[in-house]
Ligand binder design. Sequence first.
Ligand SMILES: [Zn+2]
Length: 167
Amino acid sequence: MIEVKVLWNPWRYEYVKSTTKPQSGKECLFCRLQGLSDEEALIVHRGRHFYVVLNAYPYNTGHLMIAPYNHVAEPTELREEELLELTLLINKSLIALRKALMAEGFNIGSNIGRAAGAGVPEHFHVHVVPRWVGDANFLAVISGVKTLPMGLREAYELIKKSWVESA
Ligand SMILES: [Zn+2]
């Protein structure tokens, strides 16, 4: 199944985007996504300085990304007020993913610079990836090897609902 195939290439999509187009302003994935409708872009939440979006090519079901509206490359370029919002949005992501998908653990992280493996090095973003004990079993289920596929759209609706409910 395609889901299994992309699982081990977590940020492949961003990588492909970044190598096929020069990245600046409107050409940048994270600048473009924020200009689309929530449903088109799979945006879960729009905050004051950041938005939260479901990765369309996820490492795991419910893989969220938190990005500033501003085209800045790293957190050293963010103000205190922005860093505070980022931390609150990470917490909010954990709460929503637990509620929506019964996530049991999380990987939270960011790749700063191409040397670190960043797919879109010029627009800072934080990944929040939900994990389950025995992920492999869960993924076998969601990838359709068993009988319960969960599509991106379905995951999006569940997470967005949980996000709003835990506001
Ligand atoms: Zn950008």
